[in-house]
Write a protein that binds this ligand. Sequence first.
Ligand SMILES: C[S@@+](CC[C@H](N)C(=O)[O-])C[C@H]1O[C@@H](n2cnc3c(N)ncnc32)[C@H](O)[C@@H]1O
Length: 582
Amino acid sequence: MPWHPVYGGAPWGVPCAGVTAAQWRASKLGVMTAFPPVPGPPSAQNIELIEALREDFIEAGFTNDGVAELLGAEAVAALDREQVVPGQLRVQSELSQQMPSAEADSTGGPAAEAETLSQSQRCAVLTALWLVAVPVTYHQVQKALPRTGVEGLRQLGLAVLGPEAVWPACDLRPYLVETRAGSRDLWVTSDLSSHQVTGALPKDHVLGVGQASLTLAGITHRRPVQTALDIGTGCGIQLLHLLDHAEHVTGTDLSPRALDFARFNLLLNAPALELDPRNLEDRVELLEGSLLEPVAGRTFDLVVSNPPFVITPRQAGETESDRYTYRDGGREGDALMQELIAGLPAVLNPSGTAQMLGNWESSADEAWDARPRSWVSQAGLSAWFIQRDEQTPAEYAETWLRDASEERSIQDYRRRYGQYIADFASRGVQQIGFGLIWLQKPAEQQEDTTPWLRFEQLTGEIQQPLGPVIGQTVQRALAAHTDEAGVLQKALHTPETITEERYQRFGAEHPEVIIARQGTGLRRSRPISSAAAGFLAAADGEFTAAQLITAVCSLTETEEDTLTQEVLDLYIEGYVEGYVEQ
Ligand SMILES: C[S@@+](CC[C@H](N)C(=O)[O-])C[C@H]1O[C@@H](n2cnc3c(N)ncnc32)[C@H](O)[C@@H]1O
């Protein structure tokens, strides 16, 4: 299963301001030839109106939990698969209960004025509008958002007013985040996703919170830092997380449309993010430009990026407007990853870290990590790459053509599919890897030390958030890299989440394979020697690792150097914990 977002969806079209009733009815009958232009991004001009909207959302219970309660588990799971029908049925049922009559609605007379909606009906109106593409009436919106009103939504650019109904101008959904101070209810706007528009996605589409966004947010080690940079910020989702542990954050993007969404999202969530909406610049900076250009000459403690890494066949004479900005960096092959990694040392402070997602190509006679290794060795960075998935050129083409709903035009789909295949063949590419990246610039006093490098494939299920595990693993690896003796003096113990599996043929005297398995985090499993199994069985925090190694080696007639190396690996990978740090 690829871990990046793949959008499927129902052919649901949205009308825009300026669409006549006749045009819209025609479009619903499938006779409209030109689909109206995509609405603009939300407007961040009117801070009071944004505050009013937030208050309306809270009062309507339009939160993660509120929507989950309204829709139920099945419809929520369907929404996660970009399927809206179960949710549509659910909100329609909620809205049909004791809602204002059509007559009251159209006249807006005294009966309609007096009508009130329950909290769950208000939540249903907003869920209908922004999450499951069910049109709502002016009156329903007015009642669900009394402070903002229909006109307020239009001014903010969040809805378009059709002749008979209100339609979403963007995707807007509650987003629950875990912060150091507990859970916070936020809301995120982005462009309408594929189930809310007809045809392929527009090229300047601004991505919402997709699987890849969540993956990056989950793997980021959230240590307190002064400065953090998010390259290709999109709707600003990573910034919302970074503000919890960075004093100052900078988001860059090539797309001004994306930066408008990001600014709006920051303002909408200002109190939860501890931002002063009138002085956003105190803690946040949004810069337009390509990759690291907007921050040339500056350095940061932490860089995160879900970059536009998707490998795309280049076309003669193509311009920026021919590319899906949200995923295509406009380079050949995986050159964008190489360029970005090469530029990182210049924008990282000493000991500064970068966490990213990425793609890399490999040919038939190349290991998957050949290219990533060459990128980091040229940049002089410590690195940990975890390959999570691998696809053939054909699988890759299918994934990304589906992602932008390009299969909705069969001719374009065939043409583009062929181009992907030809493009990969031109570079002899057989596999495309997807994965997680951690990088670190050496500390000032360690510039001459050999960088720590780790490249591994972990394609099984992992337990997010992995940020703490990533932080702990690299801390241990760097300690073992520079102070092996210090690590061996720690008293270690085997956590309860680590279990042992033994495999042997019937009647065999000893197990032929012993596997140590983690029940949490990266959920690794690794074959271990019987000496290491003895070490893990004995490690209860009473003795130092060095003492235990000596004891186990004398019992099992094992070389101490061999077991020492194995124990260091087990310690780095979290199979044993430092019980009493000495
Ligand atoms: C995959 S999206 C990531 C959005 C968001 N950060 C997230 O985590 O979901 C990639 C973003 O990179 C932006 N982008 C595309 N080309 C870029 C470039 N050359 N320099 C900077 N940003 C770029 C796109 O506009 C898009 O917002």
